[in-house]
Write a protein that binds this ligand. Sequence first.
Ligand SMILES: C[S@@+](CC[C@H](N)C(=O)[O-])C[C@H]1O[C@@H](n2cnc3c(N)ncnc32)[C@H](O)[C@@H]1O
Length: 268
Amino acid sequence: MVTTQASFSRDNLTENPERIRELSRQVSEMGEWFHNIDLNGVLTAPNHFLGDFPNVKWKSIAPALPLDLGGASVLDIGCNGGFHSIALKKRGAGRVLGLDVDDRYLQQARFAAQVLGLEIEFAKCSVYDVDSISGQFDYVLFMGVFYHLRYPLYALDKVIKKVKGCLVFQTMVRGALTSPDLRDDYHFWNTEVFARPDFPCMYFIEKKYAGDPTNWWIPNHGAMEAMLRSAGLEIRAHPEQETWICAPTQVTKEDGRYILDHELAGTL
Ligand SMILES: C[S@@+](CC[C@H](N)C(=O)[O-])C[C@H]1O[C@@H](n2cnc3c(N)ncnc32)[C@H](O)[C@@H]1O
């Protein structure tokens, strides 16, 4: 049974150890959490292998976003336990919609939002079906999902259609951590350029990385920035090694159609 949010307000909790025990029990009943969220004093993943995750990363990313989101709409793709949806709602976002494919994570996210008394929608939806969500959002978060996909650029080109103002993009990055200064074109027989360690590339993981068989493609820094630009985004900020804040500037062609639609039609 999920207890009502009112009974978990911070005052109630600090005054009532029984409530803390009950909340802790409910948190652990929901399985292992990937997001460590502070539920009024009860932490959902205090022993996370990456530390206080994702707060450790969010501390670097958060200053790059407005403190007051003034009712802006937010779409959080691959929302997991809802950490980022919650963080943006607390900054004054209006509609916040979190999507994920994993029922356990969605259950955790709904529970966390309820305990914190925040009105956030969570829905089961794959990034590949994001077109089924109507309209565009002022902020789209696409964090920690890209490298879990077999078709990452296809997904990114889809995600872009949902971005009205700003895309917060995060991926695992391996290899060179700088972007090369490349010419627009190279002769067919120039093969040396590919030997540069910073040449844009993605590492394909056939089996597992970090014990996870869903880590498919891991870009280096140059590849990630090149893909973001190639998708029609302008990079506005790079607050930490794995995160880019982008705005859609050239996501459609002269005829107003998106890159994805041109590519699928063979007209790009
Ligand atoms: C590494 S976690 C990242 C969670 C969160 N966005 C963050 O940055 O901390 C990846 C999340 O993406 C979700 N995911 C994986 N494949 C997905 C897909 N095709 N569509 C939507 N979410 C997906 C997983 O269920 C998981 O919650």
